[in-house]
Design a protein around this ligand. Structure first.
Ligand code: ADP
Length: 451
């Protein structure tokens, strides 16, 4: 009995659940496809996890968009106000980051939008824009059911936000009400709401007409893609040309019905249980930057508790939830194995005093398993969308710090998407630059032209 127990606690056994096979990923693709179809069908939409909200954005930019625009970017780490000038392929922008204090993130909706209005006012004053009539595009990266380009109803907060009185309400109206309460910014009008996935798609499509998918790998994960109206059974807009619409999948919620339980590890379950949204955003919690470091920490702690790391010696920091940042995963995987200088520095930061080369190698192995699984799960999602769209050549516009800064995320995704997608489809993954700002301006420009 004793032998069995110790066999149970080998490194391999503890980490095995993080190592998925192509069969797993193909099953994930199939399940995602089914859920997307559910989301696009009125009779099953309510039961779908992947809501597939139509965005009311019908085309990618044609490159002739021009003028000055304001943009707001809210949806994760930073809140930004931007001033963007579009002029053909030339795009210039100025922006300012404003902090959203934690008490506002979890306070009242009115407080949040008053704060946003104050930030816009400050930005306009600083840039001497008070007297200009500037169309505004709002990149609001939380799940919204849209009823028009300028009407977006928040379904649920995610990523650490939880302001009362916003879920179920139109965020454009809340913004306009806050602007009205100030009484000194009547010339600011929000013409369009998009989310960051649409921003990534639009900004990449501005220079690459093949771009038809937008992907976010940052605090959270989400994707949008161009769908034929004939597939969008929930569509209630017009059927004019082009007969297509961008679909905001909100795929982060994939698995909320338990369909991904077959790949969940104890680490995933623990993260979910301690999150502010238990049972929600299951796929997102296995992939995105808000959680990846924590998955690694839990695995490292499990190994340490079984005396398989650091000679069993832990630390206060290593035992603290959220203290092993996702950027550590990138840094450790990018470290030079000849010396592990950066890895050891991170161990020092975490007050882990007794560590060996072997510990460095094992922690690096844990990090690579966690990021590989994340990249491969995201690849399964992308392969699913590419198969569904059935275009010969597609560019995927990608934004988010996880994709941007992890040393191998791009390569891992290229390799696995290639392995999973139909062989006749060719694709590229393209880094989106300032997608949230540029995308909002591009959509506002199109909306303004149509006014
Ligand atoms: P957001 O998605 O909130 O708009 P980002 O794209 O910057 O903003 O994503 C922030 C997330 O990226 C955080 O969860 C953070 O852990 C993660 N992150 C930041 N730096 C790195 C890095 N060097 N490697 C991997 N992930 C990172």
């Amino acid at each position: 009995k004793k032998r069995l127990q110790s066999e149970d606690k080998t490194v391999e056994n503890i980490l095995k659940p993080l190592d998925l096979t192509d069969e797993h990923y193909k099953k994930v693709m199939q399940l995602m496809h089914n859920d997307i179809v559910k989301g696009l069908t009125p009779e099953t939409h309510a039961k779908a996890n992947i809501k597939c909200f139509p965005t009311y954005v019908r085309t990618v930019p044609d490159g002739t968009e021009s003028g000055d625009f304001l943009a707001l970017d809210l949806g994760g780490t930073n809140f930004r106000v931007l001033l963007i000038n579009l002029n053909g392929q030339e795009v210039t922008m100025e922006s300012k980051i404003f902090l959203i204090p934690h008490h506002i993130m979890v306070g009242s909706g009115a407080q949040l939008f008053d704060h946003i209005a104050d930030c816009i006012f400050k930005f306009m004053t600083d840039h001497k824009l008070q007297d200009r009539h500037l169309p505004l595009g709002f990149t609001f990266s939380f799940p919204c059911r849209q009823e028009g380009l300028d009407k977006a109803i928040l379904t649920t907060w995610t990523k650490g936000f939880k302001c009362e009185g916003v879920e179920g309400h139109d965020i454009v109206q809340l913004l306009h009400e806050a602007i009205e309460r100030r009484g000194d910014m009547q010339n600011v009008k929000c013409l369009a709401v998009i989310n960051d996935t649409v921003g990534a798609l639009m900004s990449c499509a501005h220079s690459d007409r093949q771009c038809a998918v937008g992907l976010i790998l940052g605090t959270g994960t989400n994707a949008c893609y161009i769908e034929s109206l004939s597939e969008v059974k929930t569509w209630d807009g017009d059927f004019n040309e082009p007969k297509q619409v961008l679909i905001n999948t909100e795929w982060g919620a994939f698995g909320n019905d338990g369909c991904l339980d077959f790949i969940l590890t104890d680490f995933d379950k623990s993260i979910d249980k301690h999150s502010i949204n238990p049972g929600k955003q299951i796929y997102e919690k296995m992939i995105s930057g808000m959680y990846m470091g924590e998955i690694a920490r839990l695995a490292i702690e499990r190994l340490r508790k079984h005396n398989l790391l650091f000679d069993g010696e832990g630390s206060y920091h290593l035992a603290t939830r959220g203290r092993f940042y996702t950027k550590y995963v990138s840094e450790i995987e990018g470290d030079n194995v000849d010396g592990f200088k950066v890895t050891k520095q991170i161990f020092d930061e975490l007050d882990l005093t007794s560590h060996t080369e072997q510990d460095c190698r094992l922690v690096r192995h844990v990090c690579s398993l966690v990021s590989k699984r994340a990249a491969y799960l995201a690849s399964a999602g992308i392969a699913c969308l590419l198969n569904k769209m059935n275009r010969k050549e597609v560019t995927v516009g990608v934004d988010g710090s996880l994709y941007r800064f992890h040393p191998f995320f791009h390569d891992l995704m290229m390799e696995k998407t290639r392995a999973l997608v139909r062989p006749d489809i060719s694709f590229k993954l393209m880094l989106s630059h300032d997608g949230s700002g540029k995308g909002a301006a591009l959509v506002a420009a199109v909306a303004n032209r149509l006014l």
